[in-house]
Design a protein. Structure first.
Length: 239
C-alpha cells in the first residue's frame, strides 16, 4: 500500500506566522488533515506528523519519516509578509532531480486550476528563500521525495480567505498530483462521506475564523455601499 507522510508545520508553542488573528499552525493542521482525508479516499495510507496542536521538533518529524518510509513527504505551511504579498510557493530540495521538480510543477498546476490570488510569477522553487543552495530542514533531511508547500500568505486577506474557503479543493488538487506521482489511479470520490462537508464549514466553528469571515463580509458591504454611492452621484450628475 502506498503511504504519504503529511507534515502540518509548527504546532504547540510554535504558532508559525499570524494573520488577522489566525495562527498558521492551525491552518496548517486543517490543510494537512484535508489532504490526508483525500488521499485515504483514494486508498492511500496517509500519516500525519501531528494530529493536534502539539509542539514537535523538526528532528522528530524527520525521525518519523525515517521510520515510516513513505512514498513521499509533504510539509504544509503558509507564508507571511506585507499585506500586499500573495500567492503559493512550492519548495523542493536545492538539488532536486527532474522527477521531483516535475512532481512539484504538477502539484502547482493542480493548485492553479483551483485558483488563488497571486502577485508572484515564480511558483516552484529550489532551495531556501534568498538562498538557492541551502534547504528547508524538512527537504534537506528527508529520505523520501519531499516538498514544502506555502499555501498562500496568511498575512494577505484574499489568500487567507481562499485557504479557508477552498481548503478541500486545494487538498484534492494536491492529492491528484500525489496519486499520479506514486502511481495510484485517482478516482473522483464522492468527497467526504456526506459529499458536502468542507473545511470552510468546519473552520467556521472556530471563533477566530468566524470573526475573520465577518470582517470580510463587512468589507464587501462597505465596498457595495461605496459603489452604490458612486452610482448615485453619477446618476445625479447625468440628470
Ligand atoms: Zn510555516
Amino acid at each position: 500500500m502506498s503511504k504519504v507522510l503529511i507534515d502540518p508545520g509548527h504546532g504547540g508553542i510554535d504558532d508559525g506566522a499570524t494573520g488577522f488573528g489566525i495562527k498558521e499552525k492551525d491552518r496548517n493542521l486543517v490543510m494537512a488533515k484535508a489532504i490526508a482525508r483525500e488521499l485515504r479516499l483514494q486508498g492511500v495510507q496517509a500519516v500525519l506528523t501531528r494530529e493536534d496542536d502539539k509542539s514537535i521538533l523538526l528532528a522528530d518529524r524527520i525521525a518519523l519519516e525515517h521510520k515510516e518510509k513513505p512514498d513521499c513527504f509533504i510539509s504544509c505551511h503558509m507564508d507571511a509578509a506585507a499585506e500586499t504579498a500573495s500567492g503559493m510557493t512550492i519548495w523542493v530540495h536545492s538539488k532536486a532531480d527532474n522527477v521531483i521538480w516535475n512532481w512539484a510543477l504538477d502539484v502547482m498546476n493542480e493548485l492553479k486550476a483551483v485558483g488563488f490570488t497571486t502577485n508572484r510569477a515564480q511558483s516552484v522553487s529550489r532551495g531556501y528563500p534568498g538562498s538557492p543552495s541551502s534547504d528547508y530542514y524538512v527537504n534537506r533531511e528527508t529520505v523520501s521525495p519531499s516538498m514544502l508547500i506555502e499555501f498562500g500568505f496568511i498575512t494577505n486577506q484574499n489568500n487567507l480567505n481562499e485557504h479557508i474557503e477552498h481548503c478541500t479543493e486545494y487538498a484534492k488538487a494536491v492529492a491528484k498530483a500525489v496519486c499520479r506521482f506514486i502511481g495510484v489511479e485517482y478516482k473522483e470520490a464522492n468527497s467526504d462521506g456526506d459529499g458536502k462537508s468542507n473545511c470552510a464549514a468546519c473552520c467556521r466553528t472556530c471563533p477566530k475564523v468566524e470573526k475573520f469571515q465577518q470582517g470580510m463580509d463587512a468589507e464587501r458591504t462597505r465596498a457595495d455601499q461605496a459603489e452604490a454611492k458612486l452610482q448615485y452621484l453619477k446618476d445625479y450628475l447625468n440628470r
